[in-house]
Design a protein around this ligand. Structure first.
Ligand code: SAM
Length: 351
């Protein structure tokens, strides 16, 4: 899973990754809490998300998905990077707080991305037909879709806006926001992975926008998923922050600092308590967030996840422009790179 083209650093489980610069942030053990307290605490956090009980994608669905997503990638090293597991319960609030306008994340990522999206929105709208389904995968809270709404409106192109999210809360925000502008909205509560089969046969051309969530997945995996959602004669859009156009050291230190918060709810889905069960965490130069386990659970031990195991908990990859283009070309024979010499580069992908 290490893609030499993207990542300059060595894998964090290698000697080199742990040696000279000691990037691992040590987490001292806290006084033990009872198992019941730990599970209750994570449940409470999750249930704070309004309407979570009784939803098709409730806590049991998340827990099942968490276990199913675990994939061994090396001796004592497991991939637990499934991005859908990041945004549950309390973690949704954490996501919103890192998006605040004066936060380092906003300055380093969201602000330049918004400026890029504003610059290219008309070019994307040019490529769309007069009628389309605008399928917005994981709209989030930043309303980046507004640039496209405006561009499509300027070009008098019609669309039905179909936001898709596993989170009721984020789906509701996106739905209200678009409806308040008089846009026809058809929200879809679903994991992206079930969408291709759930969408009806296309009457309209599909435009599937994933945006920056692209960086949370392994490129080939998400590009193939996008291809299946887009269907025949459709278009998709992704964008990425380019590693050699930004201060990667700043980004690494920001993710190292925020890393613990980002991973705590996600780890609780596995029955782990980050306050007790983790010795350290670390963000590598590819923007992959890792942690090392101090303790494991009987369920995790059964599948070979022992104390000392390293887990990849989140990825937010920063490719070079060349590797971004290569990944795209591997999956989509037809694409258009939108490079304005800004820190972000996007692409329109065509099926
Ligand atoms: C990074 S956030 C928002 C991204 C937003 N497009 C942006 O650029 O700010 C990702 C959103 O996608 C949703 N999401 C991530 N993976 C998903 C999946 N596999 N299925 C459904 N929703 C998913 C999350 O619930 C979250 O609301």
């Amino acid at each position: 899973m290490w893609r030499g083209r993207i990542v300059r650093s060595s894998a964090p489980h290698s000697k080199c990754g742990e040696a000279a610069r000691s990037p691992w942030v040590q987490i001292p053990p806290s006084p033990p809490k009872s198992k019941t307290y730990r599970v209750q605490e994570s449940y409470n956090a999750t249930m704070k998300n309004q309407g979570f009980h009784g939803q098709p994608y409730g806590i049991e669905w998340y827990k099942n998905r968490a276990f199913k997503s675990l994939e061994q990638i090396d001796d004592g090293v497991w991939d637990y990077s499934d991005s859908v597991l990041v945004y549950i319960g309390a973690a949704e609030e954490d996501y919103e707080s890192i998006q605040q306008i004066d936060s380092p994340y906003y300055k380093l990522v969201t602000k330049p991305e918004r400026s890029y999206l504003e610059n290219i929105a008309s070019t994307i709208a040019d490529e769309l037909p007069d009628e389309s389904d605008f399928i917005d995968l994981g709209p989030g809270t930043e309303h980046k879709e507004q640039f496209l709404f405006d561009a499509l409106k300027r070009q008098k192109k019609h669309f039905i806006y179909k936001p898709v999210d596993i989170s009721n809360k984020f789906l509701g925000l996106a739905t209200d926001y678009a409806r308040d502008q008089g846009i026809v909205v058809d929200p879809i509560l679903s994991p992206f992975e079930e969408l291709a089969t759930k969408l009806k046969k296309p009457g309209r051309v599909r435009f599937v926008s994933l945006g920056l969530t692209y960086s949370n997945y392994s490129p080939h995996k998400i590009l193939n998923l996008l291809k299946s959602i887009t269907g025949a004669e459709g278009l998709a859009f992704i964008n990425s922050q380019i590693r050699d156009r930004i201060d990667m050291d700043k980004l690494v230190s920001m993710y190292t600092k925020d890393g613990y918060v980002i991973m705590k709810t996600k780890l609780s889905l596995l029955g782990l308590n980050p306050d007790e069960d983790i010795t350290s965490h670390y963000c590598d130069d590819g923007i992959r967030l890792w942690c090392a386990l101090r303790n494991s659970t009987s369920q995790l031990k059964q599948i070979g996840i022992m104390p000392g195991t390293k887990l990849l908990v989140l990825q937010s990859l920063r490719p070079t422009s060349e590797s971004l283009q290569q990944d795209i070309a591997d999956v989509f024979p037809r694409y258009r790179i939108l490079d304005t010499n800004e820190p972000f580069v996007g692409a329109i992908l065509k099926t």
